[in-house]
Ligand binder design. Structure first.
Ligand SMILES: Cc1cc2nc3c(=O)[nH]c(=O)nc-3n(C[C@H](O)[C@H](O)[C@H](O)COP(=O)(O)OP(=O)(O)OC[C@H]3O[C@@H](n4cnc5c(N)ncnc54)[C@H](O)[C@@H]3O)c2cc1C
Length: 202
């Protein structure tokens, strides 16, 4: 995954999250601190081609786009583009041992496709603090923390893998009617999942 922060691009509304699924690249951007934070997923098999000049590679991949992407990448200084391989792993079955506890990626590193890794780390921290507050038996508090957090984190980890699997599928060009129907359905599914994640107590 490559990431960058561009200055404002006049053709992109300042409050909209945009995703483009094109055969050449999957791209997304959203406003952040007066600029546009963006990401682009490139297949691992293309990493040799990407490595010498990620900015140039991405500009070339988006050259013919009418959708947002090319302008955003062009508005990013080349040295502000960073790329890293996505690494995720199975969540651990145990997060605590005596007075030691894991949280965040150390316990449940997930794929970035649902934007939940840091959110789950923050939830871990909130619950850990709640469990420790006023509890003199630290190992017991840590076990309670694990019991409260593990099922939810694993559930969200599974969703991140389902999203990664759909992102890994080859994208092809379809007619505008099918594209719009798919985009509307995708938006409904994403909102439903987001709502479910946010409203569930943790
Ligand atoms: C491309 C991408 C996009 C993402 N997008 C989102 C998103 O939109 N929303 C979201 O919620 N999450 C997102 N995430 C996931 C999120 O970044 C991680 O889940 C989150 O950073 C995990 O936080 P953490 O504190 O557990 O671990 P880390 O952020 O990895 O922090 C661990 C820290 O420990 C330090 N460290 C390691 N070893 C030692 C040592 N021996 N001594 C001292 N320090 C050490 C490391 O340097 C690091 O600073 C994304 C991840 C990626 C890769």
């Amino acid at each position: 995954v490559c990431q960058g922060v561009a200055g404002r691009v006049s053709s992109i509304p300042p409050s909209v999250f945009t995703e483009v699924w094109a055969p050449s690249l999957r791209f997304g951007c959203y406003p952040l601190l007066g600029g546009l934070n963006w990401f682009a997923f490139v297949r691992t098999s293309e990493s040799d081609e990407l490595a010498p000049d990620p900015h140039g590679f991405l500009l070339e991949r988006t050259r013919d786009w009418t959708a947002p992407g090319h302008k955003v990448i062009a508005a990013t200084p080349p040295d502000a583009v960073t790329c890293a391989e996505v690494v995720a792993r199975e969540p651990l079955e145990r997060w605590t041992d005596g007075r030691v506890a894991l949280l965040g990626d150390a316990a449940h590193a997930m794929t970035p496709f649902t934007g939940q890794g840091a959110c789950q780390a923050i939830e871990d921290a909130v619950v850990l603090a709640e469990c420790l507050r006023g509890e003199p038996d630290v190992p017991a508090a840590l076990r309670r923390y694990e019991a409260r957090r593990l099922p939810r984190a694993v559930e969200i980890w599974k969703r991140s893998w389902a999203a990664a699997a759909s992102a890994a599928k080859k994208t092809r060009t379809v007619d505008p009617a099918r594209r719009d129907a798919f985009a509307a359905r995708f938006e409904r599914v994403v909102w439903a999942q987001l709502e479910q994640t946010i409203v569930q107590p943790f």
